[in-house]
Ligand binder design. Structure first.
Ligand code: NAG
Ligand code: NAG
Ligand code: NAG
Ligand code: NAG
Length: 320
């Protein structure tokens, strides 16, 4: 009898433990005008040497570079000004969350992301005051419309990913250390879905990116708008979610050869749109993407090429 009691409470503990492993509760639901409360605008020089001028919130709103309704937040670059060589760069926006997060899930419901030659959009997390020791998770970024592109970690030394992990995407490099491979990071290309980025993403009405950070792994999922396998709790903004039911992630970064707890501190969500710069504007990368002219000249001379250089968010939901 006593054995049974011990046995059943052990079973209960085990069941509860596994049932709770991927369970999170909604902490923030950021929608429309709420982006102005949850993010600050960073009018800073571009750390990646882009052909960009990041403007402050008042300027962004007066130029209509950010625009919010009750259910939409749009963030874009200037598409009317021809730049001269003495101008510092095309006006654009970079926003950073007021809150910082350690272990959490963030779900990004996006209708549109910036497209166009020279564009380098990114949705990512880092601790700008402690880089790279606080870690960096690039949830989605890519350049010059080339799709699909990638999710990447950048860290201090002694953090790498195993050669093989359970993920849909394809690993590019495995060493996450910023001093290795010219700070390429340990990236995973989202090869399973050509609608994960740029014009393909926009043509299907976008979709959802989700990132789960635990001390055991960091995972990124992507589901396009009409993907019937997309989990309802993620896409509906449910009050509780269970990532154990979300299937194989696009990118999976386990702690096998990286102590994630010491390589990542509390990070902010950052959303930025730059032009050219170290990646998009690299002459080989730019030319290989089939884009015309050279990156800086193209960005300076062709404002109307950036009419579709905007993010449109339905929501960002953060779960703890
Ligand atoms: C600002 O941008 C939004 C979204 O693109 C658009 O609907 C609105 O008309 C624009 N407002 C002005 C004053 O241009
Ligand atoms: C983006 O993904 C495609 C297909 O996987 C790849 O050919 C291309 O090199 C990637 N671009 C970059 C900049 O990594
Ligand atoms: C590297 O990380 C491992 C854990 O992943 C740890 O055991 C080891 O001490 C670390 N080495 C250095 C030099 O920090
Ligand atoms: C200009 C700028 O801030 N670029 C950043 C945008 O996001 C990527 C992450 O994907 C950073 O590496 C860049 O520094």
């Amino acid at each position: 009898m006593k054995m049974n009691v011990v046995g059943s409470s052990l079973t209960l503990a085990l069941l509860t433990g596994s049932a709770l492993a991927g369970t999170y509760v909604l902490s923030e639901n950021i929608v429309g005008e709420g982006f102005y409360n949850s993010f600050n605008f960073e009018a800073i020089p571009d750390p990646t040497n882009g052909r960009v001028t990041y403007v402050d919130q008042a300027t962004a709103q007066s130029l209509n570079l950010t625009y919010a309704t009750t259910d939409t937040f749009i963030m874009r670059a200037d598409d009317t000004t021809v730049l001269t060589s003495t101008d510092p760069g095309r006006n654009s926006v970079r926003i950073r969350s007021n809150n910082q997060y350690t272990t959490h899930v963030a779900v990004f419901d996006m209708q549109h992301m910036p497209e166009g030659c020279g564009t380098w959009p990114a949705v990512w997390e880092t601790d700008e005051s402690n880089w790279p020791d606080g870690g960096e998770v690039d949830i989605v970024e890519g350049v010059n419309n080339v799709e699909p592109n990638q999710s990447t970690l950048h860290t201090s030394p002694n953090c790498s990913m195993p050669a093989s992990t359970t993920q849909l995407g394809t690993a590019v490099y495995t060493d996450c250390d910023t001093t290795a491979n010219g700070n390429a990071g340990c990236g995973v290309q989202l090869t399973e879905d050509y609608n994960s980025f740029g014009p393909g993403f926009n043509s299907v009405g976008g979709g959802w990116y989700a990132m789960e950070r635990t001390n055991d792994y960091i995972k990124v999922w992507f589901w396009e708008r009409d993907d019937e396998s997309a989990p309802f709790d993620a896409t509906s903004g449910a009050g509780t979610i269970d990532t154990d039911n979300w299937g194989t992630p696009a990118a999976n970064f386990p702690n096998t050869d990286c102590d994630l707890e010491t390589h990542f501190d509390a990070n902010n969500i950052i959303i930025n749109l730059t032009f050219c710069g170290d990646w998009a504007g690299n002459s080989a990368v730019y030319a290989a993407s089939g884009c015309p002219s050279d990156c800086v000249d193209y960005v300076d001379d062709n404002p109307t090429a950036f009419t579709n250089a905007y993010f449109e968010f339905s929501s960002i939901n953060v779960y703890l």
